[in-house]
Ligand binder design. Structure first.
Ligand SMILES: NC(=O)C1=CN([C@@H]2O[C@H](COP(=O)(O)OP(=O)(O)OC[C@H]3O[C@@H](n4cnc5c(N)ncnc54)[C@H](OP(=O)(O)O)[C@@H]3O)[C@@H](O)[C@H]2O)C=CC1
Ligand SMILES: CC(C)(CO)C(=O)C(=O)O
Length: 304
């Protein structure tokens, strides 16, 4: 398959590196240092206690590249639109666009570039981190959950599954992919965003009664929205799951916490902001989520 991955950070490199074993893969990133390092030294991924080197083609822009079968978006979501607009020439009539970015509602931006029949949305349970330029750690490995907004008449999801599974992924195809997306969203819109605002590690959430109260209030509002959207959401179970994340990974740092700590912009608009937009559509009040969106943006703008 001819695949372009936009964003050669932690996740783009993990998917791009592995997929390059059996596919024609182009890794696209605006960071010239990353691209020249991958082209000169290969893409180095620490995984399973080993250091493996992959050799995808790496470019700073898509000029001169052919139309792709699949374009996977792995930039932080605040750059999605600009990244797709800058690489429009990769997208032809038959090109599918896929996002596994955290948060929800990404289909709105993908829909500006292809029709609903060519949009694949989902989540990944894999995770990773950038260790250096062109040097990535593949952390936990889990399922890659994918689905479409409409019937998959062309059977493309099965092709994606075959292509990805033989390169070291574990793809699951879902009829109700929004359910999977919201299952993951509950943690990010509660625990993750509170760790960001407080600038604390994941363990603090359960060990501090006030942080835990805020987290539960955010879960409660998000569950009300999910119910109105017709999704399943068992508040007690979700609260227990989030509690377990805090207890089992006390030293973990969420990406929203890391972004704010490093003075970077965050993905809050497609995380908490997506709950606010969904709430407005279904007529539920979510004042706590509105508050945290403003709080995170206010923190992004603080002078360093
Ligand atoms: N990391 C993880 O464990 C997980 C992340 N995700 C999701 O995956 C997505 C990517 O995350 P992650 O890999 O951590 O992010 P990274 O910041 O590591 O990687 C993103 C890369 O995209 C580059 N980039 C920014 N703008 C453009 C552009 N216009 N064109 C091309 N490249 C661009 C960035 O360059 P620069 O740094 O110079 O801006 C960076 O190299 C996010 O939506 C995240 O929520 C999902 C599950 C787990
Ligand atoms: C909660 C966590 C750490 C789970 O991987 C996450 O997705 C994040 O906020 O970065």
């Amino acid at each position: 398959m001819k695949i372009a991955i936009i964003g050669a950070g932690a996740m783009g490199s993990i998917y791009g590196g592995h997929l390059s074993l059996k596919n024609e893969v182009y890794l696209i990133d605006t960071n010239e240092d990353i691209i020249s390092s991958i082209n000169n030294n290969g893409l180095i991924i620490e995984e399973n206690g080993k250091s493996n080197v992959y050799r995808p083609k790496a470019v700073t822009n898509s000029e001169g590249l052919p139309e792709m079968d699949l374009v996977v978006l792995f930039v932080k979501s605040l750059y999605s639109k600009v990244a797709l607009a800058g690489n429009k020439n990769l997208i032809g009539e038959n090109t599918y666009l896929m996002t596994l970015q955290n948060g929800s509602g990404h289909e709105d931006i993908l829909g500006e570039f292809v029709d609903d029949k060519h949009i694949i949305i989902g989540t990944t349970e894999d995770n990773g981190a950038v260790l250096g330029v062109g040097h990535i750690r593949r952390g936990g490995i889990g399922n890659t959950n994918i689905g479409m907004l409409v019937e998959d008449n062309e059977g493309f999801l099965l092709k994606v599954k075959d292509t990805f599974d033989c390169c070291g992924f574990n793809v699951k195809i879902h009829d109700n992919i929004q359910q999977l997306i919201w299952n993951k969203l509950f943690t990010n819109v509660s625990l993750s965003v509170v760790t960001g605002i407080l600038q604390v590690k994941i363990g603090y959430i359960r060990s501090n009664e006030y942080a835990w109260n805020m987290t539960k209030a955010l879960i409660h509002e998000a569950v009300e929205v999910a119910h109105k959207m017709g999704l399943e959401a068992d508040e007690e179970k979700i609260t227990k799951d989030v509690e377990n994340v805090s207890i089992k990974s006390p030293e973990g740092v969420t990406s929203i916490c890391a972004d704010l700590g490093a003075g970077r912009k965050t993905e809050v608009d497609t995380i908490s902001g997506s709950v606010v937009r969904a709430a407005n559509k279904v007529g539920v009040k979510v004042p706590t989520h509105e508050f945290v969106v403003n709080m995170v943006h206010a923190m992004e703008c603080k002078e360093k």
